[in-house]
Design a binder for this molecule. Structure first.
Ligand code: AMP
Length: 586
C-alpha cells in the first residue's frame, strides 16, 4: 500500500471538522487497507507506531526535523527556520521545500506504508551515541523519497504533531462500519478495546477473525485494561438506594491507582492513564512477586505513601517524590509505600472481567497474602445508612478520602473504561487548607516502630474544653519530629507519666502511655474533618462524630510558656472548621 493513500486521506480528514465525515473517510481508508497492515495503518492515523502503553515514541525534535528537511531539499537550515517562523507548522514547511525541489527533480511514487512504518519504528528504537545522526539520515531518507504532501504528514508524524483529531472512539466507529457489519457491532469492538487499550490489535482481530473473534476477545497479560470509574453521590441513603439497598463499601485510599500484571516472575505496573510506571515502584514489584499467590494475575490496587516511622498513610502529594527517573532507591527509602488491593481482573489464565464483583473479590482474597504494607482494601458489606456513615468517618480518620461503594449485584461486572453507577464514591465534599497552627496538649503516646523503636511513634493530642474543664482529643500526631525531638520527648514527658488515662482527659482512643495534661506543643494540619473517634466537639457538628485535625505535623515549637488550660479550645477548633467550610462554599 502506498503511503500516498494515507496522505490523501489525512488531507481529506483535515478538511472537515464533522465527525461523521471524518468517519466516512476513515472507513474508506480501512476498507482499502490490506489485512496484514491494518494495525499499522490504525496506529499511523493516530500519529503513533504502537499503543501508548508500550511507551515507544518516534520523538524527533523540531531541530532535527529542520536538519532533515534541509538535507532532503538541499537547502540551508536557516532557510527552513525562516520559513517555519511564518508557517508555524513543520509539516507545511517540509511541504513547501519539497515542492520547490520537486519542480527540478522527478520522483517516482515509491513510498509504501510498510517502508514508512519500518523506518519510523527504527527511529523510535535507536538509542545511545550517534542516535541523533541516524535518526536524521533516516528521516531525510524518507523525505527524499516523498512527494511534498507526503513530506508534510511524515514530518508531522515524526515530530509527534500529526493531530488529525481522530478520537479512539471514531476509529471504533469506522471499524464497526468497515468490518463489523455496521454500528450494531460497535459495543463488542469497544469492549475489546477497553480490555486491551490496543486499537491496532482490535482492528487486526476484527479483519482476520471477524466479529466472532472480537466477541471472544480476552484480556491479555501486558495489555492494560482501561480502568472502571466511579460516579459520585453525597449521602449514604442515596448511595444505598442506587446500589439496590446493599453494597460493599471500601476505603477510598488517597494514592495512585496501579494496575499490576504478573506473569510468573515478570511484573509490570500501569498507571491510571495506562503508562508503564514499573520503574517508579521497584518495591511494589518486589512485594507483588512475594505476596501474590498466582502464576498469572491482573490486579488493581491503590498505592499509598506511608510515613516510614509511624506506618501512617500520607497524602497523595507525597507520592510525587516517586515520579523521577533517578534516585529511586533513595526515594524508596524516604517515601515508602503500601498497596491496597481492590480488584482482580484476571487470575491464573482466567479473564474475570465479566464476573460479578463478589466473585472477583473472592479471587482476590484467595491469592493475596496480606502483610502490613500489602493489603486488601478495608471494607464492610452493609444495608444500613448509619453504618455506612460511621465507616466513612473511620475511613477519613485513617487518612483516606472517603469510601468507594460498589454494587454486589449479579450484573456487577468490571466495566472497563466506563464511568457508571456500579461504583459510587462518597468523599468529603469540602477540602481546604488549615492555615493556622494550634497549640495542643500532650495527653498520651504510642510506641514507635522501626527507626522509632524505643521512643514514641505518635503523640495523642487534645484541645481544652473550658466549659467542662477537660481535655478532648483531636489528633494523633507522628510527623514533624526530628531525631533530637524524639530523644528529648520521653525525657521531657517522663515526669508526667501516669498509669491510666487522666480523669480530665476525654478519649475513646487507648494510648500506650498516658500523661498528665501539662505539656503543650504547636501543631499544624492539612484540614479539620469530622471524626468518629476523637472527642473534640463530639455531637456538636454531627451526631456521633467529633472533629479531628487531618495530617497533623509538629511545627517544632514547644510551648512551655503555655499551661494546658492555655491550649487551643474546642470552641476555636469548631470555629476553624466552620470557617473552612465557608471558604469552600464561596
Ligand atoms: P476519583 O479519582 O475521585 O474518581 O476516584 C476513583 C479513584 O479512587 C480510583 O481511580 C482509584 O485510584 C481510587 N481508589 C481508592 N480506593 C479505591 C477502592 N477501594 N476501589 C476503587 N478505587 C479506589
Amino acid at each position: 500500500m502506498y503511503y500516498s493513500t494515507l496522505a490523501d486521506t489525512y488531507e481529506k480528514i483535515e478538511s472537515t471538522t464533522k465527525r461523521l465525515e471524518m468517519t466516512d473517510y476513515l472507513v474508506e481508508l480501512l476498507k482499502k487497507t490490506p489485512k496484514e497492515i491494518i494495525d499499522k495503518v490504525v496506529y499511523l492515523t493516530q500519529g503513533k507506531i504502537c499503543p501508548d502503553f508500550v511507551g515507544l515514541e518516534i520523538g524527533v525534535a523540531e531541530k532535527l526535523a529542520i536538519k532533515a528537511i534541509a538535507r532532503a531539499a538541499g537547502r540551508k537550515e536557516a532557510e527552513i527556520q525562516e520559513d517555519l517562523k511564518t508557517s508555524g507548522d513543520i509539516g507545511e514547511t517540509a511541504q513547501n521545500f519539497m515542492a520547490k525541489k520537486a519542480q527540478v527533480t522527478l520522483f517516482q511514487q515509491s513510498l509504501t506504508v510498510e517502508k514508512v512504518y519500518q523506518t519510523l519504528e527504527k527511529m523510535a528504537k535507536i538509542t545511545g551515541t550517534g542516535s541523533m545522526d541516524m535518526k536524521l539520515s533516516l528521516l531525510a531518507g524518507l523525505l527524499t523519497a516523498a512527494t511534498p504532501k507526503e513530506a508534510k504528514y511524515l514530518t508531522r508524524t515524526a515530530t509527534g504533531n500529526l493531530r488529525l483529531g481522530i478520537a479512539d472512539m471514531t476509529v471504533l466507529d469506522a471499524l464497526a462500519i468497515a468490518y463489523g457489519g455496521g454500528k450494531e457491532s460497535r459495543p463488542y469492538i469497544e469492549r475489546a478495546y477497553n480490555i486491551s487499550s490496543d486499537l491496532g490489535r482490535v482492528a487486526k482481530t476484527l479483519v482476520e477473525k471477524g466479529l466472532e473473534g472480537i466477541r471472544k476477545f480476552e484480556v491479555s497479560l501486558g495489555e492494560p485494561i482501561r480502568p472502571m470509574l466511579a460516579e459520585r453521590l453525597s449521602t449514604p441513603e442515596e448511595i444505598l438506594e442506587k446500589l439496590g439497598g446493599r453494597c460493599i463499601a471500601e476505603y477510598k485510599y488517597d494514592g495512585e491507582r496501579i494496575q499490576t500484571h504478573k506473569d510468573g516472575e515478570k511484573v509490570v505496573l500501569f498507571s491510571r492513564r495506562l503508562e508503564n510506571i514499573s520503574e517508579q515502584y521497584p518495591d511494589a514489584i518486589q512485594l507483588i512477586k512475594q505476596n501474590v499467590k498466582a502464576q498469572t494475575a491482573i490486579l488493581e490496587a491503590e498505592c499509598v505513601a506511608v510515613d516510614p516511622d509511624t506506618g501512617e498513610m500520607l497524602p497523595f502529594q507525597e507520592l510525587m517524590h516517586r515520579r523521577r527517573k533517578y534516585g529511586i532507591a533513595k526515594a524508596m527509602e524516604e517515601y515508602p509505600i503500601a498497596l491496597f488491593f481492590f480488584d482482580a481482573l484476571y487470575v491464573n489464565g482466567k479473564d474475570l472481567t465479566l464476573q460479578p464483583y463478589p466473585i472477583r473479590r473472592k479471587n482476590l482474597e484467595a491469592i493475596i497474602q496480606q502483610t502490613e504494607r500489602f493489603r486488601i482494601a478495608e471494607y464492610i458489606v452493609t444495608d444500613d445508612p448509619e453504618e455506612l456513615e460511621k465507616f466513612f468517618l473511620k475511613a477519613i480518620e485513617d487518612g483516606c478520602e472517603g469510601l468507594l461503594c460498589k454494587s454486589i449485584a449479579g450484573d456487577s461486572v468490571y466495566q472497563a473504561g466506563a464511568r457508571g453507577w456500579q461504583w459510587i464514591k462518597y468523599k468529603r465534599d469540602y477540602k481546604s487548607e488549615m492555615t493556622d497552627a494550634v497549640d495542643l496538649v500532650i495527653v498520651g503516646a504510642f510506641y514507635g516502630r522501626g527507626k522509632r523503636a524505643g521512643t514514641y511513634g505518635a503523640l495523642l493530642l487534645a484541645a481544652y474544653d473550658p466549659s467542662e474543664d477537660v481535655f478532648k482529643t483531636v489528633c494523633k500526631c507522628g510527623s514533624g519530629f526530628t531525631d533530637e525531638d524524639l530523644e528529648k520527648l520521653p525525657k521531657m514527658l517522663d515526669k508526667h507519666k501516669i498509669p491510666n488515662k487522666h480523669p480530665r482527659v476525654v478519649s475513646t482512643i487507648d494510648a500506650n502511655i498516658w500523661f498528665e495534661p501539662k505539656q503543650v506543643i504547636e501543631v499544624i494540619g492539612a484540614e479539620i474533618t469530622l471524626s468518629p473517634v476523637h472527642t473534640c466537639a463530639l455531637n456538636i457538628i454531627r451526631k456521633g462524630s467529633g472533629l479531628a485535625i487531618r495530617f497533623p505535623r509538629f511545627t517544632g515549637k514547644y510551648r512551655p510558656d503555655k499551661a494546658a488550660e492555655d491550649a487551643t479550645t474546642v470552641k476555636e477548633i469548631i470555629e476553624m472548621y466552620q470557617r473552612q467550610l465557608k471558604t469552600v462554599e464561596q
